[in-house]
Design a protein. Structure first.
Length: 349
């Protein structure tokens, strides 16, 4: 998948249901990052780990009952070490109880259109009816990538947490592609005897990001090989193009046709598009003004510049006014009209 647009480049049995194992934690990370980025919680918030979190089996970051860790440390525990205990600690902090958090997870699935996914817990430990598909995993992975801070953690191969511990917590990433595949910075692996080997892998090269999902692989080597093949296939088919540079003029916007008052709409950031190779020349720009007003301030966000390849939107950027400007009053309009009358008369003579 090309995650900017959600374009699926290749798929096979994408809607077949599998146990997702720890790939489940992508949704746990997504809800956590949404809460962080919305200001509901902070990465520095202190979380007290419960007995329920401590008793989790499988992969853990060895949390103790009553141990206090920050949201960021727990995110590292989930993203790097695939800590089942860290996932439960975050779930209880955000939802009150793990089951209430699981309800939040399933509600978010509905909102994202993940029709073939049902979560029974926050970490992917075996549970009857805990199922998803490659298609749905790609959907929630794409959503998580809208929070680029998470890549700071999922792209880390090793880390150590020492504060407040007699012995340090050593975190080693279960996703070996982070170390061995060029450009890989996430997202999440999974394994149980039922699920076999799973991964949602993402990597970036030359301003192009790709996402591949493998479910039910018989060995971790086959999982990593197939994920790498799919990522490389995507990179061979797509390219990144800078269409608009930061602060570049994208349109002249008139707020008063009578007096010809206007401002230049400029791009707030670089606008890049990821498109099939050779299609860059076919990209069309569309300027969308939020609301035409009587006055604007310099630097004010006024709308967006959108990029389209055919009917598919492949990128957008905020645009801003380059000046303070105010629509002309009645006296300015009269003055302008009189000026034009004399100008027309001179032109005729």
């Amino acid at each position: 998948m090309e995650p900017t647009t959600g374009k699926v480049i290749y798929e096979k049995n994408a809607d077949e249901k599998f146990a997702p194992a720890s790939v489940t934690k992508i949704m746990t990370m997504l809800l956590t990052m949404e809460a962080v980025d919305s200001g509901k919680i902070s990465l520095d918030d202190k979380v007290t780990c419960s007995e329920n979190a401590k008793k989790m089996g499988g992969s853990t970051m060895l949390l103790d009952t009553g141990e206090i860790r920050t949201v960021e440390e727990l995110l590292k525990g989930v993203a790097i070490a695939s800590g089942n205990d860290a996932a439960v600690a975050l779930a209880e902090y955000l939802g009150g109880t793990e089951q209430d958090f699981v309800a939040m997870m399933n509600k978010r699935c509905e909102e994202l259109g993940m029709k073939n996914t049902t979560f029974k817990n926050c970490n992917g430990l075996p549970a009857e009816g805990h199922l998803s598909t490659a298609n749905d995993i790609a959907t929630m992975s794409k959503e998580l990538l809208k929070h680029p801070q998470i890549l700071k953690y999922t792209g880390t191969y090793m880390d150590t947490i020492t504060e407040g511990r007699k012995s340090p917590i050593e975190l080693v990433n279960h996703n070996k592609l982070v170390r061995f595949f060029d450009g890989c910075d996430g997202l999440k692996t999974g394994f149980t005897n039922e699920a076999k080997y799973c991964i949602s892998a993402t990597a970036t090269r030359n301003n192009v990001r790709m996402l591949s999902v493998i479910m039910g692989a018989p060995t971790y080597k086959i999982r990593n090989r197939d994920a790498s093949i799919l990522l490389n296939y995507g990179f061979s088919k797509y390219e990144g193009k800078k269409i608009v540079a930061k602060d570049e003029d994208v349109d002249k916007v008139f707020i008063d046709e009578q007096t010809e008052k206007y401002f230049m709409a400029k791009a707030k950031e670089d606008l890049n598009a990821v498109v099939p190779k050779g299609c860059g020349k076919d990209i069309q720009k569309k300027v969308v003004i939020d609301e035409l007003k009587n006055q604007y301030s310099q630097g004010e966000i006024v709308g967006k510049c959108e990029l389209y390849l055919g009917e598919d939107k492949v990128g957008e950027v905020d645009i801003y006014s380059d000046r303070d400007i105010k629509k002309g009053n009645i006296f300015e309009n009269i003055k302008y009209n009189i000026k034009n009358i004399f100008k027309d008369k001179e032109d005729k003579e």
